[in-house]
Every structure is written in C-alpha cells, then in structure tokens.
Design a protein around this ligand. Structure first.
Ligand code: ZN
Length: 153
C-alpha cells in the first residue's frame, strides 16, 4: 500500500487507529484522493471503512484514509461520486485549517440502519454515528430494540 504524503496512521485517542496530518492544510484544500472500490448496499459492508458516494453506491476505502475516524465535529469531509464511465472518485477535503499533528475526522453520517453509539468526545456529540437527519429514527429504533443498559447509565 503506498503511503500518502502528509498523512500518517497512528493509535488514536478517539477509537482504534486514526490518521493525523503531518503537515498543515488550509481550509478547502484537497488533502488526498481516496483509493477505493465501488460497492453497493447489497454487498456485506464493514461500514467503518466505506463512505457513501451517491444513491446506493459506497466506496470501500483501501488506503490510509480508511482509518480516518468519525467525529460529530469533524475537520474534513469526503467529496465523491461516480463518473459517467462508472469509476468512483473521492477526495478528503479540509473543512478548516488543520495543523500538523491534528487527527483527521469526518462525519460518517450513517443512514439510520447502520447507526452506532458515538463516543467521539466532541462537545456537540450527537451520541450516535448517524446522519443528523436520521438521528431521531436511529434513537427510536434503538429504543425499540433489545439493547438495554439505558437506565442509570
Ligand atoms: Zn460523536
């Protein structure tokens, strides 16, 4: 796997492995292209490593970008789509100025059926890794589920 200039995989304070910037990036700067394989929702997905592109199409990230963690207050976003020739494309783009040493994070914004509890630590944390528009659906689904452990926590 080729290593991406300006990025490094580290043991993260957010979750598992993460990715830090090894140089400064400016707001709106394209940090890197994402190498990946186009998959659709019919295939089994490890949702931590895929990013939504368009319709039912996701990009399974193959390079260091796959270790970028979720945050409810992210500093990057992933712009992407599918070209007319069927090839996927995606870029990691800075949402604000990023200093060398900062961990990168983007908002995974999962659809409600993939929602997971969030422990990102951001002051504005939604409590769930889910698209903000689907937060209420995710909470309702969790409330009806068998996963207890809510009272007293
Ligand atoms: Zn969060």
């Amino acid at each position: 796997m080729p290593s991406i200039a300006g990025l490094r995989v580290i043991r993260s304070s957010i979750h598992g492995y993460g990715v830090i910037a090894t140089r400064d990036f400016r707001a709106d700067e394209v940090i890197t292209e994402v190498d990946g394989i186009l998959v659709d929702t019919e295939e089994p997905l490890d949702d931590r490593y895929v990013v939504w592109l368009v319709d039912d199409w996701y990009l399974d990230m193959l390079d260091q970008t796959r270790w970028i963690n979720h945050s409810c207050e992210p500093n990057v976003w992933v712009d992407g789509g599918v070209r007319e020739d069927g090839q996927p494309w995606a870029h990691v783009v800075a949402l604000r100025d990023i200093r060398a040493g900062e961990e990168l994070s983007y908002d995974y914004a999962f659809p409600a059926q993939f929602a997971e509890r969030c422990f990102c630590g951001a002051s504005q944390c939604r409590g769930w890794i889910v698209d903000p528009d689907e937060l209420e659906r995710a909470k309702a689904a969790a409330g009806n589920g068998s996963s207890g452990n809510v009272a007293g926590s």
